[in-house]
Design a protein around this ligand. Structure first.
Ligand SMILES: O=C(O)COP(=O)(O)O
Ligand SMILES: [Mg+2]
Length: 231
C-alpha cells in the first residue's frame, strides 16, 4: 500500500539559500550597470529558477535583456553558485527533526523544486540531506514545473507516495497554487521567499517554525481536504 508523503519545496522552505543566491547573483551582475541587489530584493526574485531571477533583477531596474545576454549571465551565475556550494546555505531550524518525525510515523518525504535537479542534488548532497528523500525533482526533471500541478503529482508518483495522503510544504505563491491545482493540502512557511505574506495566497495553513509541522497537523489537513469535518 502506498505510504503518506510530505513534499518539500527547497529554496526558502527546506534550506535557507538566499545568502548564496544573492552572492552569485551579484557576481553575475557585476559590470552590467544595475548595481548590487540587496537581501530584501533577492527574496522577491527567487521562485522560478536562476534564469527568471536574473530577468527579474533587470526588470526591477527597467532594463531589457537580450536572450543571448541572459544565457551568458546565467552561465556565470551557475558556475559561481555551483563552485561555492553549500556556502552559507543551511537547513531551516527544526526541519531535520520534522523530517525524522514523519519518517518515524511511516511517511515518505520528497523534494519538488524549481531549482534545476542537478543543482538541488548537489546542494542537498553537500548538506548531507540527499538520503532523507525518496526523490528530488527539479524544474527540468519532468518537462513541466511548478505552478504546473503535474510537477507535484509526478513527484508523488516517483516517490511511490499516496496522492490521497500527501501534503506540500512551501514558501511561495507558486507552491500554494501548485498544490491547490493538484487538490493537495499545502502548509506555507512564513519565513521564506515571497513578495507578499503567504496567508494572502490562502494555503491550508501557515507555520512560523517547523516545530509546528506535526504528523497530527498533516493528518488533519488530509482529512479536511477529503471533505471530513475536522474539529
Ligand atoms: O530556485 C528557485 O528560484 C526556486 O526554488 P524553489 O522552487 O525550491 O523555491
Ligand atoms: Mg521556495
Amino acid at each position: 500500500m502506498p505510504k503518506p508523503i510530505i513534499v518539500f519545496d527547497l529554496d526558502g522552505t527546506l534550506v535557507d539559500t538566499a545568502p548564496d543566491l544573492l552572492d552569485s547573483l551579484n557576481h553575475c551582475l557585476s559590470g552590467v550597470g544595475i548595481g548590487r541587489v540587496d537581501a530584501s530584493e533577492i527574496r522577491r526574485y527567487v521562485g522560478f529558477g536562476s534564469r527568471v531571477m536574473i530577468e527579474r533583477a533587470f526588470a526591477a531596474h527597467n532594463r531589457s535583456l537580450a536572450e543571448s545576454e541572459l544565457d551568458r549571465l546565467q552561465a556565470i551565475f551557475l558556475d559561481h553558485y555551483t563552485a561555492n556550494m553549500p556556502g552559507k546555505s543551511k537547513p531551516f531550524d527544526g526541519v531535520l527533526a520534522a523530517i525524522e518525525r514523519f519518517h518515524d510515523a511511516g511517511y515518505l518525504t520528497a523534494v519538488c523544486t524549481n531549482k534545476y535537479e542537478g543543482l538541488s542534488r548537489q546542494l542537498l548532497e553537500a548538506l548531507k540531506m540527499t538520503q532523507l528523500f525518496e526523490c528530488i525533482c527539479g524544474s527540468d526533471t519532468f518537462g513541466h514545473r511548478k505552478p504546473d500541478p503535474r510537477h507535484l503529482t509526478d513527484t508523488i508518483s516517483m516517490a511511490e507516495g499516496d496522492p490521497e495522503r500527501a501534503v506540500m510544504i512551501g514558501d511561495s505563491r507558486t507552491d500554494i497554487d501548485t498544490a491547490k491545482a493538484a487538490g493537495i493540502p499545502v502548509v506555507a512557511v512564513d519565513f521564506g521567499y515571497t513578495d507578499q505574506p503567504v496567508h494572502v495566497f490562502e494555503p491550508s495553513c501557515v507555520i512560523s517554525h517547523f516545530d509546528e509541522l506535526t504528523v497530527k497537523l498533516s493528518e488533519r489537513l488530509v482529512l479536511a481536504a477529503q471533505g471530513h469535518t475536522v474539529t
